[in-house]
Design a protein around this ligand. Structure first.
Ligand SMILES: [Zn+2]
Length: 173
């Protein structure tokens, strides 16, 4: 079990398009396991590879009540293939923005195609909280952060706060 270091915004790796995974080898499998460990350790429900400094199209998520059971999902090279016309607002958090929560409006449900950890092509339908989570994480893979849904002014304020936060972490190390 390895807990990876989280990348906090603002950071270049969070703002660029992640690279498609060509082959699911042991390095990828280890990365996925470490991403789950890192997500659970930080009480997250989803994590994208760029958030642990790997610019690869991989996301992990678990929207279950973890006290009862786990529901580990791994999506490699995910593509949104259909989205509902109905939108829903939800207050989202992000492990790259500790203690910041913003209301984002997204399609209520969607279909996503992806490759699973065994290399199989899959397609899933997501709705409810899982739809919010998977869209937030797919955004990460194209370098889109949830702050991009805010006004420019609000985004600038958040970036200033995050710069301060990162400075303070560096000082305490
Ligand atoms: Zn996030």
């Amino acid at each position: 079990m390895s807990i990876l270091s989280l990348i906090y915004a603002p950071a270049k790796v969070l703002e660029k398009k992640a690279v498609e995974v060509k082959k699911i080898d042991n390095d990828i499998k280890n990365l996925v396991n470490n991403m789950f460990d890192t997500m659970y350790e930080n009480n997250g429900v989803g994590l994208a590879a760029p958030q642990v400094n790997e610019s690869l199209q991989i996301l992990v998520m678990d929207c279950s009540n973890k006290d009862i059971s786990l529901d580990r999902k791994v999506l490699i090279n995910p593509r949104i293939i259909k989205q509902s016309n109905d939108y829903k607002e939800y207050e989202e958090g992000c492990l790259s923005f500790p203690d910041h929560y913003f209301t984002v409006s997204r399609p209520e449900s969607l279909n996503v195609s992806f490759i699973d950890i065994d290399g199989n092509n899959k397609e899933f339908f997501f709705n409810g909280f899982e739809a919010v989570c998977v869209q937030h994480e797919i955004d990460h893979l194209s370098g889109t952060l949830f702050t991009s849904y805010l006004s420019r002014l609000k985004r600038q304020i958040i970036i200033k706060k995050m710069q301060k936060f990162k400075k303070n972490i560096n000082k305490s190390i």
